[in-house]
Design a protein around this ligand. Structure first.
Ligand SMILES: *Cc1c(COP(=O)(O)O)cnc(C)c1O
Length: 445
């Protein structure tokens, strides 16, 4: 029995005259033969676009280039390709040229939060390290679309060393998230070097890799790569499946290898109109993921990047999906639905409301079925006053070394040891007026 589908064989043959089908699973062969033109695409899938469509598609590709691996292309259902989730994620659409007022070049302000090249430092204890500018497949919904195809290269060691130095010099960074591009487009040796350098840093506790390779080029997860990764625990991997159709025999095999290597696997899905904006599709997806030892991690609201407007759904669609998951299925199969704050505030979780009301000693809650219940709170509760002197606290957090603990944000408002009573945005007219008044006052004095 052949290990290859008819379609895989057909595509392999048309890519390389008389191609030996055994090359199909060679990831370098796949990368060498990525489909980047409409002609190739038509030839391989035996579909034909009309003249008008072609000219629109050419315009789109001029702005946002096209690249699909033969493997990912082989998942497209030719009979109904217009509605196919794989087609829609990989093949350009004229809608990408539509610009809306809210569209932004860099909605997450990643460039602004970049202290040195390749690093985005947004949160106190973790950084995003863009270690590769290359992807095997260009997702049409890419949030970093502005950069796709720009500088299609892997930064050299000298360049990455600057990022490594930044991490070395910031003792608060305990979690480094490798992203890109796709970090798995780096060679095994290069990745080994990079992971070793990061691991040598005493304050780096975990390393994470964000990759779409198991989805678009599962053959890249070779035994040799696994050997490299295994050396660098604790290593966590987040992948990016958006539709149950992407979970194939080959991608399962890649996931199993990673899980067998002891790597905890998570998945980040982007909510995409016309692709997965359906509670049933999402439920099927999360079930397939946990079956393959992948924990659904985040469900993202589609960002405000240019060229993505046709993929966006109302936030209500995401809430509806989460409403259809919580309680209805295993707790660990439910991702956290987040909106990555435009302007660079980071990820903000959004959820249906379960807390309906409360008084001083009771809260009213509802469950997934609509049952309304109350939870009676304790009549007396002795709060532990926190002055951050953990050594003399009844609660036994014994820190090895005095760790100066400063709370920020909402946590600061809740803390006993802080006097802050409000957080006020700086740039409102009211605050400006206050500042003006105090300036006048100073002048007068
Ligand atoms: C998403 C993200 C992280 C990681 O966030 P987690 O919620 O810890 O997964 C870190 N830095 C940046 C800039 C990010 O966008």
């Amino acid at each position: 029995m052949s290990h290859y589908s008819k379609k895989e064989q057909m595509i392999a043959q048309s890519i390389e005259e008389g191609a030996v089908i055994s090359k199909w699973k060679d990831w370098k062969w796949q990368v060498k033969h990525v489909i980047q033109t409409i002609d190739q695409f038509e030839k391989l899938l035996k579909i034909k676009f009309d003249v008008k469509e072609r000219s629109e598609l050419t315009q789109t590709i001029d702005k946002f280039p096209l690249s699909i691996t033969p493997y990912y292309l082989s998942l497209i259902d030719r009979e109904d390709y217009h509605n196919d989730p794989v087609f829609k994620q990989s093949f350009p659409s004229i809608s990408e040229l539509v610009m809306e007022d809210c569209d932004m070049n860099d909605p997450l302000a990643e460039d602004k939060d970049s202290p040195v090249p390749h690093i985005t430092h947004r949160y106190p204890d973790r950084v995003l390290f863009h270690v590769s500018n290359v992807c095997a497949m260009y997702c049409r919904h890419c949030t970093r679309k502005r950069k796709v195809g720009d500088v299609d290269d892997i930064p050299n060691r000298a360049s990455l060393k600057k990022g490594i130095r930044y991490i070395q010099n910031n003792r608060n960074i305990r979690d480094v998230l490798l992203s890109g591009g796709d970090p798995f487009m780096l060679s095994d040796d290069y990745l080994d070097w990079l992971l070793s350098e990061l691991q040598k840093i005493p304050h780096v506790e975990v390393i994470r890799i964000g990759t779409r390779i198991p989805v678009v080029l599962p053959f890249r997860i070779t035994d040799k790569l696994i050997e490299v990764l295994k050396k660098h625990h604790p290593l966590w991997i987040n992948t990016h499946f958006n539709h149950p159709r992407e979970i194939t025999a080959s991608s399962k095999q890649a996931l199993h290898k990673l899980a067998d290597a002891g790597i905890p696997l998570g998945n980040q899905t982007v909510l995409l109109s016309g692709i997965n904006d359906c509670p049933r599709i999402m439920k099927r997806l999360v079930h397939k993921l946990v079956q393959n030892r992948v924990r659904p991690y985040y469900l993202y609201q589609c960002d405000l990047s240019e060229g993505l407007s046709h993929f966006r759904t109302p936030v209500g669609k995401g809430i509806e999906i989460i409403e259809n998951l919580i309680g209805h299925t295993s707790g660990f199969a439910v991702p956290t639905y987040v909106i990555d704050a435009p302007g660079g505030g980071g990820k903000i979780p959004v959820m249906p409301n379960y807390l309906i009301s409360w008084s001083t000693n009771k809260v009213v809650l509802r469950n997934y079925e609509g049952m309304i219940t109350t939870y009676k709170e304790p009549d007396s509760y002795e709060p532990v006053f926190c002055d951050r002197d953990c050594d003399h606290c009844d609660l036994q957090l014994k820190l090895d070394e005095a760790d100066e603990y400063l709370s920020t944000g909402i946590a600061e408002l809740l803390s006993d040891a802080d006097e802050a009573i409000s957080l006020i945005p700086e740039n409102t007219e009211r605050i400006e007026r206050r500042n003006e008044e105090s300036d006048h006052f100073e002048e007068a004095v």
